[in-house]
Design a protein around this ligand. Structure first.
Ligand SMILES: NC(=O)c1ccc[n+]([C@@H]2O[C@H](COP(=O)([O-])OP(=O)(O)OC[C@H]3O[C@@H](n4cnc5c(N)ncnc54)[C@H](O)[C@@H]3O)[C@@H](O)[C@H]2O)c1
Length: 443
């Protein structure tokens, strides 16, 4: 099939590359000329395991091309995916009714450009995460801007991939949700996804839009729930790892998303939970459950920082080693990463920060230059710990789990670890005479 993907970020680039790998002719469009230039040279502008190799292969076989022009990009398209960003609206005045909602300007701009260029029937698919009703907004924008009377359908096909395992998630999805105005309209997408052999659910457009938000909000709820239980474990002397293990064995609950820690971050959960709360309010509904989920998550960073302040009395003059910057392992994405909040607070308190992350250090320099200017980037986990008063585990990269802790201890000024991801065993750390603070595991 001739497929066009507009927006070559984490979702669009992976989607386009995977569809090319499945044998389709794919054109990826992006407004960012630097990105297009990088991609044309076969390099990936983002870190995603396996992506660059697949990218190079499909460029070489001429199934994958890149352009800045939506008009040129959709010239022969049968299916056009919109995969641009849908960031949160953050107003200075928190009581502004638009605050927390979704900024649809990128989606609107793309819909307008498609309308201006459309000259043959096609299937337009919203892959971006968008509030319920956005399908209608896209349809109206294309209709309003087109010169002729070309027929087209607007579908919703929310994306569930996870950064860090995006290629595998795209190739082996749990389910493919297609929100379509009719079974007939869903056919091109069903054909496109057929080689994956995955379970396909066809719904109406609005239901598909809500499925995405409801799924993310549910997973965020699981995380905040286990974090709330972790606090009880901490106060009562129980162990959250054992509690979560016992809960997770229940098939109705499942073991995933039950890791207590410093909370969720990233480009999806924080903005999608806020956006869903906002959507509830737009329909004059309230959702106290989701508000609590967000509040619990926000308090996680404060909790670990409070602990540090209690332990040291003051932050001024300390050298703190931060292990991990990315919002989760196997990605360089720093959007809503806990590291940014923690480092900002520690710098304000007067601490000196040393840090190491296997892939996200360039992203910190690019996206947070003010923070990057004030911190020291190190060569590896042992280097970062050198002369540190405390080590803080922020991202649970596999290589941090495997560290030689005796070697680490020798290089530190004081053997103190604040583990925001519970990656070490308290017993082992006690034996090694570390002062070890983790989440929800007794003292
Ligand atoms: N990142 C994830 O893990 C993930 C997972 C599922 C769903 N989503 C959703 O998918 C969407 C995209 O997310 P992302 O993380 O890939 O975003 P991103 O910011 O990484 O990428 C968006 C891309 O769109 C491009 N763009 C913006 N306006 C454009 C225009 N007018 N024409 C062409 N290109 C344009 C940007 O230059 C950028 O490259 C969002 O709605 C997000 O919520 C993301």
């Amino acid at each position: 099939m001739n497929v066009t993907v507009i927006g070559t970020g984490y979702v669009g680039l992976v989607t386009g590359t995977v569809f090319a790998d499945l044998g389709n002719d794919v054109i990826c469009v992006d407004i960012d000329p630097k990105k297009i230039e990088t991609l044309r040279s076969g390099e990936s502008p983002i870190y995603e395991p396996g992506l660059e190799e697949m990218l190079k292969r499909n460029i070489k076989q001429k199934r994958l091309t890149f352009t800045e022009s939506i008009e040129g990009g959709i010239k022969d398209a049968e299916v056009v995916f919109i995969a641009v960003g849908t960031p949160p609206i953050e107003t200075e005045d928190a009581s502004d009714p638009s605050n927390g909602g979704t900024d649809l300007s990128q989606v609107r701009a793309v819909a307008k450009s498609i309308g201006l260029a459309i000259d043959h029937p096609m299937t337009i698919v919203n892959k971006s995460t968008v509030p319920v009703g956005t399908g209608d907004i896209v349809k109206e924008a294309v209709e309003k801007n087109q010169a002729g009377n070309v027929s087209f359908n607007v579908l919703s096909n929310p994306e569930f991939l996870r950064e860090g395992s995006a290629i595998a998630d795209c190739l082996k999805p749990d389910r493919i949700v297609i929100g379509a105005p009719s079974e007939d309209a869903a056919r091109p997408l069903k054909e496109l996804y057929a080689p994956l052999g995955a379970q396909v659910l066809v719904t109406d457009v609005k239901s598909a839009e809500i499925i995405k938000y409801a799924s993310n909000a549910f997973l965020a709820t699981k995380i905040s729930f286990i974090n709330a239980i972790a606090d009880l474990c901490e106060s009562s002397g129980a162990d959250i790892a054992q509690v979560a293990g016992g809960m997770g064995l229940d098939e109705r609950i499942g073991a995933s998303f039950l890791n207590a820690g410093i909370g969720y971050g990233g480009s999806c959960f924080p903005k999608d939970t806020q956006s869903l709360i906002h959507t509830f309010s737009q329909f004059s509904e309230d959702n106290p459950l989701l508000k609590a989920v967000v509040a619990i998550n926000s308090s996680r960073v404060d909790r670990i920082l409070d602990r540090m302040e209690k332990r040291f009395g003051k932050l001024d003059g300390l050298t703190i080693a931060i292990l991990g910057l990315a919002f989760k392992p196997d990605t360089d994405d720093l959007r809503e990463a806990r590291s940014v909040d923690i480092i900002t607070h520690l710098l304000k308190g007067g601490s000196k920060i040393r840090t190491y992350d296997p892939v996200a250090m360039p992203a910190m320099k690019e996206h947070y230059p003010d923070i990057a200017d004030q911190i020291e980037f190190c060569d590896d986990a042992y280097d970062v710990a050198h002369d540190a008063d405390a080590l803080v585990i922020v991202t649970e990269w596999r290589q941090f789990i495997q560290l030689n802790l005796e070697k680490l201890k020798k290089t530190m000024k004081q053997p103190i670890i604040f583990d925001g991801r519970n990656i070490y065993s308290p017993d082992e750390l006690k034996e090694l005479e570390f002062e070890y603070f983790s989440v929800g595991r007794g003292s």
